[in-house]
Ligand binder design. Structure first.
Ligand SMILES: Nc1ncnc2c1ncn2[C@@H]1O[C@H](COP(=O)(O)OP(=O)(O)OP(=O)(O)O)[C@@H](O)[C@H]1O
Ligand SMILES: [Mg+2]
Length: 533
């Protein structure tokens, strides 16, 4: 028992000893920390770049910050996905241990680094290392993956000002290129708070037309391609001259000359999405603005048949009719129950959409209008600067025909081409009609002779019809000319100066009276004769 007491005493005293020692050490650490923070931290920080000159930036998978989109809805940052897309090419080239994930959209894989792997990227003489790291867990966020870039302190400005924006832009392009193109059309019901997917619906755009299959004069086609190329590579130029990065094309020409086909060729050439706006479904200028805000960069915004969409021919001031009287309200499109007027989309609203302040929103855009009747449009709508390029889609010429023959019959030359060339010089036929003739009736019978003969027959028929029409018109003109000549001759015989007004009116009276007395046409001329005699 005494022994037991001695052991306990010993234990107590040593516990006390150790506790005192730990407390003393903690106190020393606390004192050290205080001294370190007060006197050493700053000088050491200044010394750090000499010891470790590398800077690191983490781009996390889970965005820490959220930005607010136009309608005040939270929109997450895409930076991590963009970096992964950018690095995918570098990784597939250099890394040995990779991970592959399906791209958010489309059918491709995005390759990224496995944890601990490093790849390097060169940019304007700077070497930047990328590594995949597990992000540290914090009190408010679970751990996630992040991409860490490391670079020398002396490249700090280059990386922050140029490299990172370059990574984002290139990443966006990779992401955009990985998915199929889209054809968007506007929904009918738009509310003020509609989100992007509530104002636009889309389908994958898989139109096979390219500039190679588009039938038109080769020089004109090349000019359009060059213009599109210039536009896409001119981001800095547009910025420098202070112009929104957009270009307007007006396609005009008779039905079936390939205006819609041209839009498809443009979209495939540039790899842009198409936003097809049906103006007649919109109620007001703000609807148009809402649609426009929800479009993305790298897109073609199309308004087809602009002359038919709305009455856009009036002056800007008179486009908006005054509010109708109450009884006429329904007829004039005034919805009494909702207290608002329909179809008050105005020309000035449309002009604003094309080149107002909103037009500069997010990236490059092409705006295309099509019309069958150029003369019906307000000059303000189609002036240069708004519609930068006016492209006339015209009837099929021989060069355009050769493209169609190559498309449909896979022939580049044929003995019947000579006859077609001659006839196309005389007859106006749209590419759509030519294409129809070249389309074999049976898929198995892709017989160039038969198709070309059918085309020649059609052209001959049209030529005969046109000649017939022309000769009829000429005959009618002759009759009209003769009638005019006779009238003129009759009028010249009237001694107009010899009679005073009063006499003339009396004469008219006579004529009128005379006319009353008999059959009108004959009587008039008879009366005139009477008057003349
Ligand atoms: N220039 C062309 N090149 C190739 N195919 C063409 C061309 N023009 C017309 N076609 C053919 O004719 C069809 C109709 O052409 P498209 O719809 O492009 O004409 P459009 O000018 O838009 O007519 P509309 O004024 O009636 O809208 C197309 O599907 C295409 O097959
Ligand atoms: Mg069309």
């Amino acid at each position: 028992m005494q022994m037991m007491g001695t052991v306990l005493d010993h234990f107590r005293s040593s516990a006390w000893y150790y506790l005192t020692a730990v407390l003393a050490a903690c106190a020393r650490i606390g004192v050290f920390r205080t001294y370190f923070n007060q006197y050493l931290r700053r000088p050491l920080r200044r010394l750090l770049p000499f010891l470790d000159p590398f800077v690191t930036i983490d781009i996390a998978a889970k965005p820490e910050d959220y930005s607010f989109s136009y309608q005040g809805k939270v929109k997450s940052s895409d930076a991590y996905a963009e970096v992964l897309a950018y690095l995918s090419a570098v990784c597939s080239r250099d890394a040995r241990e990779l991970r592959a994930e399906g791209a958010v959209e489309g059918h491709t894989f995005v390759l990224s680094l496995r944890e601990g792997q490093v790849v390097t990227d060169d940019f304007k003489g700077a070497t930047i290392s990328w590594s995949a790291v597990a992000e540290e867990k914090t009190t408010w966020r679970a751990s996630g993956r992040c991409c860490r870039l490391t670079f020398h302190e002396r490249h700090r400005r280059l990386v922050v000002d140029e490299y990172l924006p370059h990574v984002r832009r290139a990443g966006q392009e990779v992401m955009f290129g990985n998915r199929p193109r889209r054809l968007y059309s506007n929904k009918k019901e738009l509310s003020y708070h509609s989100r992007r997917d509530e104002v636009w619906s889309y389908i994958d755009f898989d139109h096979p037309t390219t500039f190679d299959t588009l039938a038109m004069d080769p020089a004109k086609k090349q000019m359009i391609k060059d213009d599109l190329d210039d536009f896409t590579y001119s981001r800095d130029y547009y910025r420098r001259i202070g112009k929104a990065w957009k270009r307007g094309y007006l396609l005009h020409g008779p039905p079936g000359t390939g205006k819609s086909t041209m839009i498809a060729a443009m979209a495939n050439y540039l790899k842009y999405d198409i936003y097809d706006i049906e103006l007649t479904t919109l109620e007001s200028n703000s609807d148009l603005r809402k649609l426009f805000i929800e479009t993305t960069g790298k897109s073609i915004i199309v308004i087809e048949d602009i002359d038919c969409s709305l009455d856009l021919t009036g002056s800007r001031a008179t486009m908006l009719p005054p509010l109708p009287a109450f009884d006429d309200a329904a007829e004039a499109g005034y919805d009494k129950s909702r207290g608002k007027r329909h179809n008050i989309l105005t020309l000035s609203g449309l002009l604003n959409f094309i080149d107002g302040l909103w037009s500069a929103h997010s990236g490059e855009r092409i705006i295309v209008f099509t019309t069958n009747h150029l003369d019906k449009l307000d000059p303000a709508l189609i002036r240069r600067g708004r519609m930068d390029m006016h492209i006339e889609m015209s009837y099929c010429g021989f060069e355009a025909f050769k493209t169609l023959a190559n498309n449909y019959l896979e022939v580049e030359a044929h003995p019947l081409f000579g006859a077609v060339e001659e006839l196309l010089g005389d007859v106006k036929m749209t590419p759509a009609d030519v294409a129809e003739c070249l389309m074999p009736s049976k898929r198995s019978a892709r017989d160039a002779d038969a198709c070309l003969t059918r085309l020649i027959d059609q052209l001959k028929e049209r030529k005969a019809a046109e000649e017939d029409k022309e000769s009829k018109t000429a005959e009618e003109d002759d009759v009209k000319d003769t009638a005019k000549e006779e009238d003129k001759w009759e009028t010249e015989k009237v001694p107009s100066k010899s009679k005073s007004k009063k006499e003339k009116s009396e004469a008219c009276q006579v004529v009128t009276n005379g006319a009353h007395s008999g059959a009108s046409g004959v009587s008039v001329s008879a009366s005139t004769d009477h008057y003349l005699s």
